[in-house]
Design a protein around this ligand. Structure first.
Ligand code: B3K
Ligand code: ZN
Length: 874
C-alpha cells in the first residue's frame, strides 16, 4: 500500500446519493447486490473509480439497466474502474463474499454462528465496490434474506420496514435509514439471538425502542448496559440538548470483535466485554467500562454520525470529541475526581509513551499507510485532552454554544478539525489559531515551573519545551490553560491576586502561549505552597521545584482531590526511583524515607476521605510509569524497588493496614447484598488495593486465600486471584485451577484467568505464559482471548517482557507473525512495545531490534504490521 497524505486531499469525483443493498445470506457465503445512484461532481473525471477488496468475487456490473461487458470496466485487487460513465446513473453490482472464512473480522464475518459486520475504517469495500470514504454520504435501504430458523433476527441501520416469509424456509427484513451516512457506519446482522428490550421517551416526547441483542444465556447480563444507554440518552439531552433521531436503537453483542464497539447508525455492534456485566462475572471496573463505552457509542450519534469526518486524517474530530463527552458523562454519573484520576493514569500509561516513541504522531496525523494503525491513544485520549483544553479556555457556556453552532453549520456534512475549532472560536470570540498546533504537533510538552520571591509577591515562571518527534525536529510553543492554587502556611487555601491569571471556582487559570511566561501573585505569605496543574488542565509533563516537605504539605492540605492525588504520585515516584538508583550488586543501598513512610501511614489511617480516593492515593505508580521517568529503563530494579517499597510500608504500618482492611470487609459484609453504589465500590476498591500490601506480610497468604475463598463477586475474586497468581503462596496453583473450573465456558471470565497469569511477576511467569499458548482455551483468532494473554503480558509485565535473554521479545515477535496471518489489524496492535527500544540498555536494544527484524523478514507480512515495524526500526 502507498503512503497517503493529508495535503493531497481532493473532494470526491462522484457522489453516491442512494444506496440499495440486498444481502442474500447462506451458511458460508453471501451474495450482495448493491444498486447505487451516482452523480458526477468533477467534470474532469470520465471514469468512476470504486474501492474494493481481494476477498470478494465480482459477479456482474450493470449500468442503467445494461449488463456491462468486461471491456467496460477494469478490476484490480483494490479497485473497480467503470469507464466513461454518464453524469448521472445507477450502477448495480453483484459480489460474492465468504464470511465464514473471514478471520480479519472486517467487512461481513461470522461470530458465534451469527453474521455481523465491521466497516470502519475501510470494511465496506470488502462487501461491495463503492467510493469507501467518509465524505461520500448517502441514504441507505437494505434488504436481508436468510434462513428463518437459523437466522430469525435480521437487522440493519435506521428504522425497520417490511418483513415476511420467503419460499424454502427463508425470510426477509427491510431497513431504511433516512440520515445520509458514510459507508463506514453501515451494518448488517443476521442471527439467532435473544433480546433485552426497553423504551425511552425523548425530551420532545418521541418514543424510541431500545434493544440489546445477545446470546440468550447472556441476556441477564445486559441490564447494566441498558441502564447506561438510557442514562446516556438523557445526559446528551440535558448537557448538550441533543436528542436521538430514529425510532429504534439496536445494540448487538458479539464475542469476536477487533476493538471495543462500533457506532453504526442505529445499530451499534459491541464486543461482549463492553455489554455483559453481572456482579459474579464482572468487576466494578468492568461495570464502569460498560457504562463508558455504551455512552461513547451513543454520543457518536451526533459527534461522528450526524456530523462526520471529511477524511480519516480528521479521525480525532469524532473520536477526541466523543471521548471527551463520554468522560464528562461518567464524571457526572460517578465521581469527577476519581474519573479524572483514571483518565490521567490512562493518558500517562498509554499516550505519553506513544508520544515519546517511534510511533509518535499528531492528533491529526498528516500521512499514513494503514488508517487502522491510527486508532491510537493519541487520536482518542490526547484528542480528548485537546477538546478539554478548549472547554477550559473558552468556558463551559461558550463551549455549549460552540457545539450548537457546530451542529447548525454542519449537520449532515463531513468536516474537519478546523471546522470544529472555528465553531468554538466563533462562539467564544477567542482566537484559536495558535491553539490548533495541538492538532498538528506531536510530542508531549514539558512545563518547568520555578518560583522567585519579590518582596511580598511571588513571581511564578512557566517555561515550555517539546522534544523532537519523527518528522518534526522543531516545535513551536503551545497555547494551553494552566490551572493552579495556593495553600497558605496554616494549610488554608489562599487566593492571591494574579497579574495575568483569572481566579475561577477551582483555581487560578493562567493562559500560556509563549515559551516562557511569568505570573505575579500579590502578597503571598512566606511558607505558602503552589498547587500546580490542577485537574491536569493540559497533557504535559510537569517539572517543578517543590521540595519534599512542600509535597508532603500539599498531600495533607490541598483540598483539590486531583491535585492531592497527583502530588502523592509525584512523591512516591521520586522515592521509588531513588531506591531504583541505589541498586548495586542486586541490592538496594537505600531504604524508604521516614517522612514518606509516615505520610503513607497518615493516608492509610484517614477515615474522613472517600475510601475509593484513599485507594487511589496508596496505589503506587506502576512499573511502566516509573520507567518513563528514567533515561534508561531498568526493568528488574524497578520491579525490586517497587516491591521493596510495598514491603516496607507493610512492615511499618502492618496494624493499620490490617485493621483498615478488616473494617472495609466488615462494612461490606453487613450489607444485605452486592451493591454498585459509590460507597460499596469504594470499600471494595480500598480493601482490594490493601491486599497488595498485606501480601507482603507474614499473614499474607492466609488473608489473600481467605479473601479469594470468601469472594461473592468478581471484583473481590479477581483482585485476590491477581495477587495470588503473582505470589509464591502454597495455595496458588490450587486457586488458579479452582478459578478455571468454576468459570470454564464463561469466555470473559476465562480471559481474566489468562490475564492474571500474564501479569504474574513470579520468577517462572514467562515460562508459564509461553506454555499457555498451547492451552486448549487459548486462541489466536479470538481477539479478546489473544489480548488477555499477549497484550497484557507485553504491555503490563515490564519485568518479564524485558527478560534479559530476549525470550519476552521473541515470544511477542512470533505471535505477531502468527496473528498477522489471521487478523492483521489485531496483530498490528501488538507491535508498539517492541518499538520502545531507545529507552533500554544496548544489550536489550539489540535484542528488540533483532525481534523487529524477524517480523519484517517473515513471509507476507501485512501493511498494518509492516508500517509499524518499519517505523519502529527507524
Ligand atoms: N469508531 C470505532 C472504532 C473503529 C476502529 C476501526 N479500526 C469505535 C469507537 O471509537 O467508538
Ligand atoms: Zn469512538
Amino acid at each position: 500500500k502507498q503512503e497517503i497524505f493529508l495535503k493531497d486531499y481532493t473532494s470526491p469525483a462522484f457522489m453516491a446519493e442512494t444506496v440499495d443493498l440486498l444481502f442474500d445470506l447462506d451458511e458460508d457465503t453471501a451474495i450482495v447486490t448493491s444498486r447505487v445512484t451516482y452523480k458526477r461532481m468533477d467534470s474532469g473525471q470520465s471514469n468512476l473509480v470504486l474501492n474494493g477488496g481481494e476477498f470478494m468475487k465480482l459477479l456482474s456490473v450493470n449500468l442503467d439497466g445494461h449488463l456491462l461487458g468486461e471491456d467496460a470496466y477494469v478490476v484490480t485487487e483494490e479497485t473497480l474502474t467503470v469507464k466513461s460513465v454518464p453524469d448521472v446513473f445507477t450502477l448495480t453490482i453483484q459480489t460474492e463474499l465468504y464470511p465464514a472464512d473471514n478471520t480479519r473480522l472486517e467487512g461481513l464475518y461470522k461470530s458465534g454462528g451469527n453474521f455481523c459486520t465491521q466497516c470502519e475504517a475501510e470494511g465496506f469495500r470488502h462487501i461491495t465496490y463503492f467510493p469507501d470514504r467518509p465524505d461520500v454520504m448517502a441514504v441507505y435501504t437494505v434488504r436481508i434474506e436468510a434462513d428463518k430458523a437459523r437466522y430469525p433476527i435480521l437487522l440493519s441501520n435506521g428504522n425497520p420496514g417490511k418483513t415476511g416469509d420467503l419460499p424454502e424456509g427463508r425470510h426477509f427484513a427491510e431497513w431504511y435509514d433516512p440520515y445520509p451516512k458514510p459507508s463506514y457506519l453501515f451494518a448488517v446482522v443476521a442471527g439467532n439471538l435473544g433480546v433485552l428490550s426497553d423504551t425511552y421517551k425523548t425530551k420532545s416526547g418521541k418514543r424510541v425502542d431500545l434493544n440489546i441483542y445477545a446470546a440468550e444465556a447472556d441476556l441477564e447480563k445486559c441490564h447494566h448496559a441498558m441502564a447506561a444507554l438510557k442514562a446516556s440518552m438523557k445526559w446528551d439531552e440535558d448537557v448538550f440538548g441533543l436528542e436521538y433521531d430514529l425510532d429504534v436503537y439496536n445494540i448487538l453483542a458479539v464475542g469476536d470483535f477487533n476493538m471495543g464497539a462500533m457506532e453504526n447508525k442505529g445499530l451499534n455492534v459491541f464486543n461482549t466485554k463492553y455489554v455483559l456485566a453481572s456482579p459474579e462475572t464482572a468487576t466494578d471496573a468492568d461495570f464502569d467500562h460498560v457504562e463508558g463505552v455504551i455512552g461513547h457509542e451513543y454520543f457518536h450519534n451526533w459527534t461522528g454520525n450526524r456530523v462526520t469526518c471529511r477524511d480519516w486524517f480528521q479521525l480525532s474530530l469524532k473520536e477526541g470529541l466523543t471521548v471527551f463527552r463520554d468522560q464528562e458523562f461518567s464524571s457526572d454519573l460517578g465521581s469527577r475526581a476519581l474519573k479524572r484520576i483514571d483518565d490521567v493514569r490512562l493518558l500517562r500509561a498509554a499516550q505519553f509513551p506513544e508520544d515519546a516513541g517511534p510511533l509518535a504522531h499528531s492528533v491529526r496525523p498528516d500521512h499514513y499507510v494503514e488508517i487502522n494503525n491510527f486508532y491510537t491513544a493519541t487520536v482518542y485520549n490526547k484528542g480528548a485532552e485537546v477538546i478539554r483544553m478548549m472547554h477550559r479556555l473558552i468556558g463551559a457556556q461558550a463551549f455549549r454554544k460552540g457545539m450548537e453552532l457546530y451542529f447548525n453549520r454542519h449537520d449532515g456534512q463531513a468536516v474537519t478539525c478546523d471546522d470544529f475549532a472555528a465553531a468554538m472560536q466563533d462562539s467564544s470570540g477567542k482566537n484559536l489559531d495558535q491553539f490548533k498546533l495541538w492538532y498538528s504537533q506531536a510530542g508531549t510538552p514539558t512545563l518547568t515551573v520555578t518560583r522567585e520571591r519579590d518582596g511580598g509577591d511571588i513571581l511564578l515562571t512557566v517555561h515550555q519545551s517539546c522534544p523532537p518527534t519523527p518528522g518534526q525536529p522543531e516545535k513551536e510553543p503551545n497555547h494551553l490553560p494552566f490551572l493552579m492554587g495556593w495553600i497558605g502556611p496554616n494549610g488554608e487555601p489562599l487566593e492571591p491576586a494574579c497579574s495575568n491569571g483569572v481566579w475561577q471556582e477551582d483555581g487560578c487559570l493562567l493562559e500560556i502561549s509563549n515559551s516562557t511566561e511569568t505570573f505575579r501573585f500579590k502578597d503571598v505569605p512566606t511558607g505558602s505552597v503552589p498547587s500546580l496543574l490542577r485537574t491536569f488542565t493540559a497533557p504535559v509533563h510537569l517539572k517543578h521545584d517543590l521540595s519534599k516537605e512542600e509535597k508532603l504539605f500539599l498531600m495533607s492540605h490541598d483540598r483539590d482531590p486531583f491535585a492531592r492525588w497527583d502530588i502523592t504520585q509525584d512523591l512516591l515516584r521520586v522515592e521509588i526511583l531513588r531506591l531504583v538508583d541505589s541498586y548495586k550488586d542486586g541490592k538496594a543501598q537505600e531504604t524508604v524515607d521516614k517522612d514518606v513512610l509516615d505520610a503513607f501511614g497518615t493516608v492509610l489511617a484517614d477515615e474522613s476521605a472517600d475510601p475509593a480516593f484513599i485507594a487511589e492515593l496508596i496505589l503506587l505508580p506502576s512499573e511502566n510509569d516509573l520507567g518513563q521517568y528514567m533515561d534508561v529503563i531498568k526493568p528488574e530494579e524497578i520491579y525490586l524497588a517497587r516491591t521493596q517499597f510495598i514491603s516496607q510500608v507493610a512492615d511499618a504500618h502492618r496494624d493499620i493496614v490490617l485493621e483498615r482492611y478488616k473494617k472495609c470487609r466488615e462494612m461490606l459484609e453487613n450489607q444485605a447484598q452486592y451493591s454498585l453504589d459509590k460507597n460499596s465500590k469504594g470499600l471494595r476498591r480500598l480493601s482490594n488495593t490493601l491486599l497488595g500490601f498485606i501480601k507482603q506480610t507474614s499473614s499474607g497468604e492466609d488473608v489473600c486465600c481467605e479473601h479469594y475463598n470468601n469472594a461473592t463477586n468478581m471484583t473481590d475474586q479477581f483482585a485476590a486471584l491477581s495477587v495470588i497468581a503473582s505470589s509464591e503462596f502454597q495455595c496458588r496453583n490450587e486457586i488458579l485451577a479452582n478459578f478455571y473450573h468454576q468459570w470454564k465456558g464463561e469466555d470473559l471470565v476465562i480471559d481474566k484467568w489468562f490475564m492474571a497469569q500474564a501479569m504474574s511477576r513470579r520468577d517462572d511467569a514467562l515460562e508459564n505464559i509461553v506454555n499457555l499458548i498451547d492451552h486448549p482455551d487459548f486462541s489466536l483468532t479470538n481477539p479478546n482471548r489473544m489480548r488477555s494473554l499477549v497484550m497484557v503480558f507485553a504491555g503490563q509485565n515490564q519485568r518479564h517482557f524485558h527478560a534479559n535473554d530476549g525470550r519476552g521479545y521473541n515470544f511477542l515477535a512470533e505471535i505477531i507473525v502468527k496473528v498477522d496471518k489471521v487478523n492483521p489489524q489485531v496483530a498490528a496492535r501488538l507491535v508498539a512495545p517492541l518499538g520502545r527500544w531507545k529507552k533500554l540498555d544496548p544489550h536489550r536494544q539489540k535484542l528488540m531490534k533483532t525481534s523487529l527484524d524477524a517480523i519484517l523478514n517473515a513471509k507476507h507480512i501485512s501493511d498494518d504490521v509492516g508500517e509499524l515495524v518499519a517505523k519502529s526500526l527507524a
